[in-house]
Write a protein that binds this ligand. Structure first.
Ligand code: FE2
Ligand code: FE2
Length: 186
């Protein structure tokens, strides 16, 4: 008999894989990923998207970025995600949907988001940065940017975040986006 794993069984396993990867990193990956998961579930509920697809994609969306492929993690993470999900006997049609969400999550890449779940994950990825302002500031410091350069990089990052968010997500971020612009815009 073919063993098909349900999302309720797969999610705790995927969560554990990612939380283990978050350990001993020099950036707050745990904070970022947990925030993306939180917002993916909220947005999926609000928009009627498939919550399991959105949540699984959220857990896995940056997996190869965490393991050393920042440039092309939107290409390599779906491949890694498929290996993990196949091992868990997750259904292939759902794996394909998860892969699309991961492939299309970056605002800096011109990849069309073709499903509502992909929109939710991309928006959640952007929203997470409104929870974790300090981590972005720390990242610019670690990169050796001056205070001035850091401010520009952070402002541009939030502008990109805003651009890629669906209306429901913008509503949730509006106050914080206005506050950031007030503080950082020249
Ligand atoms: Fe990413
Ligand atoms: Fe991310």
């Amino acid at each position: 008999m073919l063993l098909i794993m349900m999302a309720k069984d797969a999610i705790p396993r995927i969560r554990q894989i990612i939380l283990d990867l978050c350990k001993d990193k020099d950036w707050n990956w745990k904070g970022h990923i947990e925030s993306v998961v939180k917002y993916s579930k909220i947005l999926a509920k609000k928009t009627g998207a498939d919550e399991d697809i959105a949540e699984i994609a959220a857990w896995l969306h940056d997996i190869t970025r965490m393991t050393g492929d920042p440039e092309n993690h939107h290409i390599s993470s779906p491949i890694e995600a498929e290996m993990i999900l196949r091992e868990l006997h997750y259904p292939q049609d759902k794996i394909d949907k998860v892969k699309h969400c991961i492939n299309a999550h970056r605002g800096s890449k011109a990849i069309k988001r073709e499903t509502i779940e992909a929109e939710c994950v991309a928006s959640a990825d952007a929203l997470s940065h409104f929870d974790n302002f300090n981590d972005l500031a720390y990242w610019t410091y670690k990169k050796g940017l001056s205070a001035e350069e850091g401010r520009d990089v952070i402002m541009r990052k939030y502008e990109r975040c805003w651009k890629k968010m669906m209306p429901e997500a913008r509503k949730m971020a509006k106050k914080r986006y206005d506050a950031i612009r007030l503080l950082l815009e020249k």
